[in-house]
Ligand binder design. Structure first.
Ligand SMILES: CC(=O)N[C@H]1[C@@H](OP(=O)(O)OP(=O)(O)OC[C@H]2O[C@@H](n3ccc(=O)[nH]c3=O)[C@H](O)[C@@H]2O)O[C@H](CO)[C@@H](O)[C@@H]1O[C@H](C)C(=O)N[C@@H](C)C(=O)N[C@H](CCC(=O)O)C(=O)O
Ligand SMILES: Nc1ncnc2c1ncn2[C@@H]1O[C@H](COP(=O)(O)OP(=O)(O)OP(=O)(O)O)[C@@H](O)[C@H]1O
Length: 513
């Protein structure tokens, strides 16, 4: 693969990004990278983010022959220097060109929303695996799956990767024979222009509630919503949860670039629809107990009746909120070619790592490992579990991260007060904060007349104590980390075997006692 300066000049000019080019010894590049530690000979190096000039010197020493930057640097003398108005945007369009526009060879389903992106993406992939005979790639918060061999699947670093990685992954997926891709698109991906210029066949908007607002993410809720809406602006076909907050705003964003005929709305039968929303599909809960989750899908007009999706679908993952996640996946995958049987198979067989993973602890109750890590998700999770288990205790192990999402602490306090009986407050990615201070803050929002609170800094120990405190009617929730394999402590990702493994070890220990 290679990319010449003339093509770069054309695409940057087309996007009005080019400020200046100084041609150096080489004007054709054989690799693209934003990390000086990975520079190959004749690479084009991008100076972005918290960049330091020594990275450019390092890149030059390692054989880079050009760089792209918003500023010209003496350290880059002798290299081809491409000076642009926005390096993140430039990186995305150059990345697409370098990898030969692999997105054109994939049917792309893209998800956004505050909650449910990962779960719904796994639902959609599971269904499409039947339709495409396992030729569906996945870019998710948990795993990146670019093929069916073991080395074509790995843990993701970000929900939505950097643009160069996205196009590289897409090219790899195409080379591996993949025809479809399901991807999560975070609001940060738009904020940082990681997906600049990328178009999706189908874009889905699940829901929005305040999250990711702070000095390092979005300055305001309006900015957060705006970034999320960009996914719809860049999609040929849009699917929107008609029950979402800020529906009118969201619908108008979709309508800006998509004809109403290509916008599909769905709604929960039990939710009262506001304004004049006319959902195309309505889902109705047939079973939403802890052991059985099933919906009935009802087409609501002629446009969608011909999709032949009317019927009942069992969902392998518990949680009433997963009914709307599943509905979104049904509509998206049907538009991508799935039939009702693929949908049935996919939803019945799906497994989502770290999301409502259940373990039978016998005389100690039932354990769920779940990723709920803010008020909206914790409230959705605990109210569902409490409703399904009115006579048993709901026991929750939870902590809150340091140096980010500080409002989550109050959210956890509130959600625990509303639906938990017992809480074990513990450590979860304390970063540079003292975990005891974080716990104290969560605790200050808990009503102690309703919740029995224990403090146990050691997360493994907290899980063990919570399980031991249960009886056969109890539900024990290990919340917030899912399958995160580390604790972020003082800037270091300290390895952690994951909540799922800790639970399994505790249960094994109990069996052997
Ligand atoms: C805010 C943001 O987008 N930050 C991301 C961004 O940071 P950055 O560009 O400032 O990079 P940096 O790590 O500070 O380094 C600066 C540059 O120098 C380079 N470098 C660095 C060291 C070196 O020796 N040589 C070198 O060339 C780096 O490769 C980088 O290009 O690029 C880095 C990788 O290139 C990411 O790791 C980092 O993600 C941060 C850590 C992160 O986790 N961000 C979160 C907020 C995020 O994006 N989350 C969303 C999900 C949340 C949601 O649902 O909205 C996500 O999509 O994951
Ligand atoms: N539609 C939903 N509404 C509310 N809560 C949900 C919904 N779907 C999932 N959840 C809860 O939120 C948690 C996170 O779900 P998931 O990972 O699918 O969402 P996400 O959008 O990828 O989240 P994040 O951006 O935080 O990674 C789940 O473990 C569950 O507790």
């Amino acid at each position: 693969m290679s990319l010449g300066i003339n093509e770069i000049k054309i695409i940057l000019s087309e996007h009005n990004l080019l400020k200046k080019i100084v041609i150096g010894d080489h004007d054709t590049f054989h690799d693209v990278t934003y990390d000086s530690r990975n520079v190959k000979k004749n690479a084009l190096f991008f100076c972005k983010g918290n960049f330091k000039t020594q990275y450019l010197s390092m890149a030059k020493d390692s054989g880079a022959s050009g760089y792209v930057s918003e500023k010209q640097y003496d350290e880059g003398n002798g290299l081809t220097q491409i000076i642009v108005t926005d390096v993140q945007k430039a990186m995305s369009i150059i990345g697409a060109a370098f990898y030969g526009y692999p997105e054109n060879n994939l049917f792309i389903i893209a998800y956004t929303g505050t909650k449910g992106k990962t779960t719904s993406s796994y639902f959609a992939k599971s269904i499409l695996d039947y339709t495409t005979n396992k030729k569906t790639a996945l870019l998710s918060t948990i795993d990146t799956i670019l093929g069916n061999q073991s080395d074509q699947k790995f843990k993701s670093h970000l929900t939505t990767p950097e643009s160069l990685d996205i196009f590289k992954y897409m090219k790899t997926a195409v080379d591996n024979g993949m025809t479809h891709m399901v991807m999560e698109v975070s609001s940060q991906a738009y904020k940082k222009n990681r997906v600049y210029g990328l178009k999706y066949n189908i874009g889905l908007f699940l829901n929005i509630s305040p999250d990711h607002i702070g000095p390092n993410e979005h300055p305001t809720f309006a900015d957060y919503l705006h970034c999320k809406e960009q996914l719809l602006v860049n999609s040929d076909t849009c699917i929107i949860n008609a029950d979402t907050d800020h529906f009118s705003d969201v619908y108008n964003a979709a309508k800006a670039t998509t004809e109403p005929e290509n916008i599909y709305l769905f709604s929960d039968h039990d939710k009262k629809l506001l304004d004049n929303r006319h959902p195309d599909f309505i889902f109705d809960s047939v079973a939403d107990t802890i052991n059985d989750n099933k919906i009935k899908l009802l087409p609501n007009n002629e446009k969608v009746a011909k999709m032949n999706l009317s019927g009942e679908y069992r969902i392998a993952v518990a949680g009433d909120y997963n009914e709307s996640n599943a509905t979104s996946a049904i509509i998206a995958t049907a538009l991508a070619g799935a039939d009702a049987q693929d949908v049935k198979n996919g939803l019945e067989k799906v497994f989502v790592p770290g999301r409502m993973e259940s373990y039978n602890a016998n005389q100690n109750g039932f354990v769920y490992v779940d990723y709920a890590h803010n008020y909206a998700s914790m409230h959705a999770l605990l109210s569902f579990l409490k409703k399904g288990n009115p006579n048993g205790k709901v026991i929750v192990v939870v902590g809150s991260p340091g140096n980010k999402g500080e409002d989550r602490r109050k959210g956890f306090g509130m959600a625990l007060t509303e639906n938990a009986d017992e809480a074990f407050l513990t450590t979860d990615d304390p970063a540079f904060e003292n975990p005891e201070d974080i716990i104290e803050e969560i605790d200050s929002y808990i009503d102690h007349s309703k919740v029995d609170v224990h403090v146990q800094l050691d997360r493994r120990m907290a899980i063990k104590q919570a399980i031991l405190s249960g009886n056969s009617n109890s539900i024990i929730v290990i919340a917030g980390k899912g399958r995160d394999p580390y604790q972020k402590i003082n800037g270091v990702d300290t390895p952690y075997e994951t909540d799922s493994v800790v639970v399994k070890n505790v249960l094994k220990g109990l069996e052997n006692e």
